[in-house]
Write a protein that binds this ligand. Structure first.
Ligand code: HEM
Ligand SMILES: *[C@@H]1O[C@H](CO)[C@@H](O)[C@H](O)[C@H]1NC(C)=O
Length: 355
């Protein structure tokens, strides 16, 4: 725990916001974990579902400037469009929950498969593909055929978090890119916004993630926006009785109805954290405590009356540092979900296409 506190408190600004000589996985730089008995510098992320085969030092010889290149593209993309940090963080999640973190989400249609971009959770929703293309183009110039699209997604998610004021973490790398996508996997494995708490726990467990991961990763909703269509049910017909969700705070309910009328306006958007939608902080949890979670899946972390999630929402609302520690740990864990390593998969030259 102490090492995590130290990690983001001391290194966030130094490591990512300045373009200092810090590079990923700098050999000999001990972040406080990952030296568990290996002795040979093999890093083992704590809490991962299983040994992932990834290592923070993966590009330290082949492309030491990878993270700096990514962060510089992120900075300009986020300054042009402040929502972009949120969109890129979400891309990594939608990648990892479908066939593992293998950049399947980035593939366009192919003669042998349909793009995941067409799934119900992704269609008219996922953003940021052009930013990933720009990063990939720059990395192909600097270090051809070296940095995978799956690692770009993981690094962009971390960079977006840090640039928004959130925690930093040591990130295991070396994922390779899939040669196929799964539309049905995308439709079936990404939890819907009207999930019950039991559904959410089940979707996360399927990925090897527990209730702590569920609550901490839901804290990503401290950033970004959601379309009316994803929360409309709560305003007009939550339980099939034409009544609003009783857990919605009254004035918030009225504000949301103005954004999201009963008919039409399905693509209107509302912030997931209405207090600070472009700052990574713990207000998301404070809002849930006051009945101002936007999605059913946000509010049920508390109102679902399941002990552990409920208590964690309160703990994270009380203690930003605790949330940051857990978010960092859970992001590493999510990033370790079923990566392709060794000679499985490939390093795509263009993230939208298999080579
Ligand atoms: C717990 C289950 C989750 C559900 C049900 C869920 C659902 C959603 C929905 C419905 C939206 C709005 C999409 C739209 O309007 O088109 C959204 C946005 C977002 N989600 Fe989640 N999500 C979950 C977990 C996560 C996780 C684990 C992360 C990342 C670690 C994440 C990051 C985001 C971000 C950053 C946005 C805003 C994106 C933007 O503004 O472009 N979500 N989520
Ligand atoms: C969630 O939304 C889907 C699609 O609108 C709907 O078919 C389903 O019945 C809803 N589930 C719950 C629990 O309300």
């Amino acid at each position: 725990m102490a090492s995590f506190k130290l990690l983001y408190a001391s290194f966030t600004l130094l490591a990512l916001l300045s373009s200092s000589s810090f590079t990923l996985g700098y050999p000999g730089f001990n972040f406080g974990w990952g030296h568990g008995g290996g002795g040979g510098g093999v890093s083992r992320p704590i809490g991962g579902p299983r040994f992932s085969g990834l290592s923070p030092a993966f590009y330290s010889h082949s492309c030491p400037q990878a993270n700096d290149i990514i962060v510089s593209v992120l900075k300009s993309a986020i300054s042009k469009d402040p929502r972009m940090a949120a969109s890129l963080l979400r891309l990594h999640f939608h990648d990892c929950f479908v066939q593992g973190c293998d950049a399947s989400v980035l593939l366009d249609d192919h003669p042998t498969f349909v793009s995941e971009k067409k799934s119900v959770p992704n269609k008219n929703s996922l953003r940021g593909f052009e930013v990933i293309d720009e990063i990939k183009a720059k990395l192909e110039q600097a270090c051809p055929e070296t940095v995978s699209c799956a690692d770009i997604l993981a690094l962009a998610a971390r960079g977006s978090t840090v640039l928004s004021g959130g925690p930093n973490w040591e990130l295991p790398l070396g994922r390779r890119d899939s040669k196929k996508a799964s539309l049905s996997g995308s439709n079936n494995n990404i939890p819907p916004p009207n999930s019950t708490i039991q559904n959410l726990v089940t979707f996360f467990r399927r990925q090897g993630l527990n209730e702590v991961d569920l609550v901490s990763l839901s804290g990503a909703h401290t950033l970004g926006m959601a379309r009316c269509t994803t929360f409309k049910q709560r305003l007009y017909n939550q339980n099939g009785n034409n009544q609003p969700d009783s857990t919605l705070e009254r004035s918030y309910y009225h504000d949301l109805k103005a954004v999201c009328p009963k008919t039409g306006g399905d693509n209107n958007v509302s912030p997931l954290d209405l207090a600070s939608p472009v700052t990574f902080d713990n207000t998301y949890f404070k809002l849930i405590l006051s009945g101002k979670g936007l999605l059913t899946s946000d509010q049920v972390l508390l109102s679902g009356n399941v002990g552990k999630p409920m208590q964690l929402v309160k703990d994270f609302a009380d203690d930003r540092a605790l949330f940051f520690n857990h978010f960092a740990r859970s992001m590493v864990k999510m990033g370790n979900v079923h990566p392709l390593t060794g000679n499985k998969g490939e390093v795509r030259k263009n993230c939208r296409r298999v080579n």
